[in-house]
Design a binder for this molecule. Structure first.
Ligand SMILES: *Cc1c(COP(=O)(O)O)cnc(C)c1O
Length: 374
């Protein structure tokens, strides 16, 4: 089965990991700082904290934002459930606002209509790698007195109005799961534009342990002494995986280029196929495409999905609206809440897209899709 996404691992990646395995540190050592410094070169200089997954990154970002019981988080339902689940676990109420018809990204007007005095944060999701409308969302957040969070699990290496993802929101989260554009097996990171947010993120990743005597309540205790001032967890990304991340980031520009070529090729090959809507792109963004999401019209998505799977093409659907999950249903969320996200979901089909996908394989995808639609 041709997958919809897959990692690109080279011998140099393997060598980078093996070198760490032969060294002194398996967990927190010099590769963590190297990885965070490399990431920073992709976020326009905004500092980053590496964590164990994209989900951990969201959890850390929400803790840093001070999200707690009684607060509200406004976000898009067209996302992986973790964007909302991590906020719900902190006791916050998740308020889903609808998406734009064409990009599938959080609609700034819908977000503006969803904010209340309790809104602590607004989380945009750069669906498929296409950045959300950050200037408008920033204004919505400013008026609400809320922080702006970017779930950039799809969009590392993307740019909006010549500004890189990572620099567009107060807090940006990345995922390095194998299907994502850059992988560390499991892994993630949080970028924070404000030093206070960054510090809270770094502390929460490591149990909240305060090591600097200047900041301790009882620094005279001894050289071994560490203090916890606020609870945290162990979300540390190991050196072994950070070394893989450094090696992978060295090829991100090439990954992005190959993905852009494949997207341009899909556009050209599928332009005249009836019954399809191809993904939109705003003139002012440069996406680092994670997905190639087509929309299959006329209620035929299920049939086309089944036929392509039967033909050995591992298409995927991204995503069932987050509030359709029974956990949200049980909390009183009802279908029909965000009609544009539901309409997007009803038609969406993600075609295979990854750097090692060959032109021949892509032709096979196009043939299978065309045949399924006939
Ligand atoms: C992958 C993903 C996550 C979660 O990342 P993990 O690394 O799998 O925990 C969160 N949000 C979105 C939009 C994702 O695609």
């Amino acid at each position: 089965m041709l997958p919809y996404g897959r990692q690109s691992i080279t011998e140099s990646d393997v060598e980078a990991v093996a070198a760490v395995l032969r060294g002194d540190w398996l967990t927190t050592g010099p590769a963590v700082g190297r990885f965070e410094a490399e990431l920073r070169s992709w976020t326009g200089g905004v500092p980053c904290v590496a964590v164990t997954s994209g989900t951990a990154a969201l959890h850390v970002a929400y803790v840093a934002a001070g999200l707690r019981a009684g607060d509200e988080l406004v976000t898009s339902p067209l996302t992986f459930v973790a964007t909302a689940a991590t906020a719900a676990l902190l006791g916050a109420r998740v308020v889903f606002a609808d998406v734009q018809d064409d990009t599938g990204n959080l609609d700034p007007d819908a977000a503006a209509a969803a904010v209340t005095p309790r809104t602590r944060a607004i989380t945009a999701v750069d669906y498929a790698g296409h950045p959300a409308d950050y200037d408008e969302l920033r204004e919505v957040a400013r008026r609400a007195g809320a922080l702006l969070v970017a779930d950039a699990a799809h969009s590392i290496g993307s740019a909006y109005k010549d500004r890189p993802v990572g620099s567009l929101a107060d807090l940006t989260t990345f995922s390095f799961f194998p299907t994502k554009t850059v992988t560390t097996a499991e892994g993630g990171a949080v970028a924070a534009t404000d030093p206070g947010l960054l510090r809270r993120a770094a502390l929460f990743r490591n149990h909240g342990l305060v090591r600097d005597p200047a900041e301790q309540r009882t620094p005279g205790e001894g050289g071994w002494h560490q203090e916890v001032h606020a609870f945290g967890l162990n979300y540390r990304l190991p050196d072994v995986l950070c070394a893989l991340g450094v090696s992978q980031l060295g090829r991100l520009a090439r990954f992005r280029e190959r993905r852009a070529d494949l997207v341009a090729r899909y556009h050209a090959l599928l332009r005249d196929v009836p019954g399809l809507t191809l993904p939109a792109q705003r003139a002012y963004v440069r996406p680092s495409w994670h997905l190639y999401p087509v929309r299959v019209r006329d209620g035929r998505r299920r049939e086309v999905y089944d036929r392509m799977r039967a033909a050995g093409i591992g298409v995927q659907v991204n995503y069932v609206p987050a509030y359709w999950h029974p956990v949200f249903e049980d909390l009183g969320y009802r279908r029909g809440l965000c009609p544009r996200a539901e309409a997007y979901y009803a038609e969406e089909l993600s075609l295979p897209l990854f750097p090692a996908l060959t032109d021949d394989e892509q032709d096979r995808v196009v043939e299978a899709l065309t045949a399924a639609l006939r």
